[in-house]
Design a protein around this ligand. Structure first.
Ligand code: ADP
Length: 587
């Protein structure tokens, strides 16, 4: 880009120089014989410059795409590596949307590089043409002229020209600075509105998972209303900003035109006085026009650079995010056997920004190889306990221990390798079935089939057009297949089984399954988790009976703990009430 800037600066000057030389040669009989060679040389130098410019421009396009891809990639990597808590933070997600919006509207990170070099180019051009123009000021006076010619022969005219250029610089600078701050103010005022616009205009209409509800509840109307509100606010703000830019541009254009006009008069007067040749008139006029318009372009590019460097702040904020998931250096050897005892000790947790804690002094132990069921009403904090165990969040007070040591003291990756979790809101990805289960490109098909069989979905996958190679969902592949909620849940269970982790956690593992599939899963489950420590969250109390112990959570506290029979014996307890209510439907 530096080379491109130099070529851009030099090309017009070379042309001006040779045009002046050719004109002078035309007017001078002795020099006339050189005209042909001068013309050939001009054409040749132009050809070289054009080719150079074209080549360098192509390189710029190439690097522009490369930088855009790399910045997107850096942001994606950041977002998959930062802690879950940080990713969930609205400010972090706001930065993500702003990054993409600015990328789309301002050209992204590369524009800072581009504007920087345009500034170098314009600045260089200004220095060169300014240096050449200085020669105009050093022309010797002819003397003996009165009136207007006498004025232009005096140093006052040169001082006036200098003052005109200076005034033009100041006006241009102030106008562009004002436009830039109006631009920034406009972007700031649109920040939260743009976030909503992205959600309503891109995210919702594009994701077919929303399609059913959008159609059945006529959400399109609600979306249109929201978008109308956005457009009205946006047009209003944009109109104000545009007025400001038009006003400022008018000032700079007037100042630039005036300075070019005055410099032309100055040059013509100098030619009439005989201090410069006819050829030099063309050259100086070109240089003066370059200089005056260069001032305007230089100021404009500084404002653009300033604006763009503000626009990449979200990108900078994202790349500066550090993952605060605290981790220790204690290594953990993953063993598939039940060698792990889990303990929650006086755990208190409130979500970031929330006033009240969701978990209020939770303490319990899961012995090595124990199978624990966790039950409770909606919102009592069951899933939150699992999130804490998975280190998606850390307790505000108290600690969670594995084999007597705080889980924060272990190496994070070693620790996470111990856990196989199926969340209630698990996600599968638009990869092949095999890759979804193994979470690896290179997987062991035999083991994948085995896990699919245990999760009760082997037959279904065998009937898919490409077996394990079948792509899930049609986001990326027109041949991708859609699966039901229950089938997806079985695949998620197969994924947890493939991980073969010693601690298995299932949050509502059969919520989407039909009674036969549920029965099949539970028949296999005992064999799947034998020798492992396991935690089940379930609302179907009958399915908890095969667990060694049941924990009843109520409003963030452990309300009861014991075997199914022992809990049923406590008739005043929540478990009894829940059981009676559920059982009444089956009687
Ligand atoms: P359960 O699994 O028992 O149904 P959860 O543990 O999912 O309940 O949620 C407990 C409470 O925590 C709920 O009231 C919910 O609104 C709140 N909650 C869950 N996730 C978040 C979050 N990411 N930020 C703030 N509050 C949350």
């Amino acid at each position: 880009m530096l080379a491109l800037a130099i070529v851009e600066i030099v090309t017009p000057l070379i042309n001006l120089f040779f045009t002046a030389k050719i004109l002078d040669a035309l007017l001078d009989a002795e020099q006339r014989k050189y005209i042909f060679s001068l013309a050939i040389l001009t054409v040749f130098i132009n050809l070289v410059c054009v080719l150079l410019r074209h080549g360098l421009d192509q390189m710029r396009t190439y690097f522009r795409a490369k930088i855009a891809q790399e910045s997107d990639n850096t942001v994606a990597e950041k977002f998959t590596s930062i802690s879950y808590e940080l990713m969930e933070n609205p400010q972090t997600r706001g930065n993500y949307v702003k990054y993409h919006n600015y990328d789309m509207w301002y050209g992204g990170v590369f524009m800072v590089v581009e504007h920087f070099f345009t500034m170098v180019q314009e600045g260089g051009g200004l220095l060169v043409s300014g240096g050449l123009i200085l020669r105009l000021f050093s022309l010797a006076a002819v003397g003996g002229r009165g009136g207007l010619l006498g004025f232009f022969d005096s140093p006052f005219a040169s001082m006036l020209l200098l003052a005109v250029f200076f005034t033009s610089i100041v006006i241009n600078f102030r106008a562009d600075a004002d436009s830039a701050s109006a631009g920034l103010a406009y972007e700031k005022s649109m920040e939260s509105k743009n976030r909503k616009f992205s959600y309503y205009a891109f995210e919702l209409p594009n994701d077919y998972h929303f399609g059913k509800d959008i159609r059945l509840y006529h959400i399109a109307e609600l979306l249109n209303d929201e978008l109308d509100t956005f457009f009205q606010a946006s047009h209003l703000q944009r109109a104000g900003y545009t007025q400001n830019v038009i006003k400022n541009d008018s000032f700079s254009i007037a100042a630039t035109t005036f300075s070019i006009g005055f410099s032309y008069i100055f040059i013509v007067m100098k030619a009439i006085l005989g201090t410069i040749t006819t050829g030099a008139i063309v050259m100086y006029m070109g240089i003066a026009a370059n200089f005056s318009s260069g001032i305007s372009r230089f100021n404009a590019v500084i404002s653009e650079l300033h604006l763009c460097s503000q626009m990449i702040l979200p990108f900078r904020n994202i790349i500066n995010l550090s993952s605060p998931t605290e981790q220790g250096c204690l290594p953990l050897q993953k063993s598939t056997e039940a060698q792990y005892e889990v303990e929650f000790r006086h755990v208190i947790f409130r979500y970031p920004g929330a006033d009240t804690p969701v978990l209020k002094d939770i303490s319990f132990k899961i012995a090595k190889g124990q199978h624990l069921a966790v039950v409770g009403l909606n919102g009592s904090g069951k899933t939150t306990m699992i999130k804490l165990l998975c280190r998606l969040y850390d307790p505000n007070e108290g600690e969670i221990l594995i084999n007597g040591r705080d889980i924060r003291s272990y190496n994070l990756q070693d620790y996470l390798a111990l856990l196989a979790v199926v969340f209630q809101d698990f996600q599968l990805f638009s990869f092949s079935v095999g890759q979804n289960v193994a979470v690896d490109r290179n997987y062991d098909p035999k083991r994948v089939w085995q896990c699919l069989a245990q999760a009760g979905i082997e037959e279904r996958v065998r009937s898919m057009p490409h077996g394990l190679e079948t792509i899930l969902y049609s986001f990326l592949d027109a041949g991708g297949i859609e699966i039901s909620g229950g089938e997806a849940q079985k695949l998620a269970i197969a994924r947890a089984l493939y991980k073969d982790a010693p601690i298995i956690i299932l949050d509502e593992p059969t919520a989407s399954l039909d009674p036969l599939s549920e029965n099949e899963i539970y028949t296999h489950l005992n064999e799947m988790i034998t020798g492992k420590t396991a935690v089940f969250i379930s609302h179907r109390l009958s399915s908890c009976r095969f667990c060694d112990e049941i924990l009843v959570v109520d409003e963030g506290r452990i309300a009861q703990r014991g075997s199914h029979d022992a809990l049923l014996a406590e008739e005043s307890g929540l478990y009894f009430k829940m059981w009676q209510t559920q059982a009444s439907y089956y009687k």
